[in-house]
Write a protein that binds this ligand. Structure first.
Ligand SMILES: [Zn+2]
Length: 223
């Protein structure tokens, strides 16, 4: 907490002057083009990983980067927080992209595998049920990359399952089918500091290096 508080002073003295004009503009409106969904894990810092700045990313973070699926009417079967963020990003901000970003060594994925959440945490236990489809798929269909640790295998499949959950929202599905919204699955490997993107053609997560990044950007431009 001390680091957090002193960080405010550091921001105020050192960084705020650099952002002064940007913040003045952003005070009036925001227009991010990405909804970035990631885990609450302290090691996953979307703005740092993507060299992004205030106004760039509309973020939603929770334990396990989960998206409770919706009913046919578009109502979340979990709590309303995630669904509200999706509705706001898609309908109000009009984002053109949603990224679901999982990560290695995710405590949520370990808990799902062990069928065990911390004692006296009934909410957490129930919340993690939204990752059960990924665990089922790992058990019955196997991993995308069997060389990874089991919880990392689950974490990668979980990214794909949460994208499917996103598609259960009619406002998402309609826009994706109309080509107005693009969904991406990313995965952050903490030890190496690399970000991977899911490539459906190879059914694997591939590292985003300069070459792949240029291809992804070119692909966006043609959409
Ligand atoms: Zn996590």
């Amino acid at each position: 907490m001390r680091k957090l508080i002193m960080g405010i002073v550091d921001f105020h003295e050192r960084l705020r002057p650099k952002y002064a004009e940007r913040f003045r503009e952003l005070a009036l409106a925001q227009s991010p083009d990405v909804l970035f969904i990631s885990c609450s894990d302290s090691r996953v810092v979307p703005e740092l990983l993507a060299s992004s700045h205030p106004g760039d990313l509309f973020t939603m973070r929770n334990v396990g980067n989960l998206v409770p699926p919706a009913t046919a009417e578009g109502i979340s079967i979990g709590d309303l927080s995630e669904a509200s963020a999706i509705e706001y990003a898609v309908l109000v901000l009009g984002v053109a992209n949603i990224v679901v970003c999982g990560h290695s060594e995710c405590g949520a994925m370990k808990a799902v595998l062990e069928h065990e959440s911390p004692p006296n945490a009934p909410n957490l236990g129930k919340w993690l049920n939204h990752a059960n489809r990924a665990a089922f798929r790992l058990e019955h269909e196997g991993a995308l990359d069997a060389t990874l640790k089991l919880h990392d295998q689950l974490s990668q499949l979980n990214v794909l399952v949460q994208i499917e959950h996103l598609m259960s929202y009619p406002i998402v599905r309609d826009r994706v089918e109309a080509g107005a919204l693009h969904l991406s699955g990313w995965w952050f490997e903490i030890a190496g500091g690399d970000i991977y993107v899911y490539e459906s053609a190879s059914r694997s997560f591939e590292v985003i290096d300069r070459q792949r990044a240029e291809r992804l950007v070119a692909c966006l431009a043609t959409k």
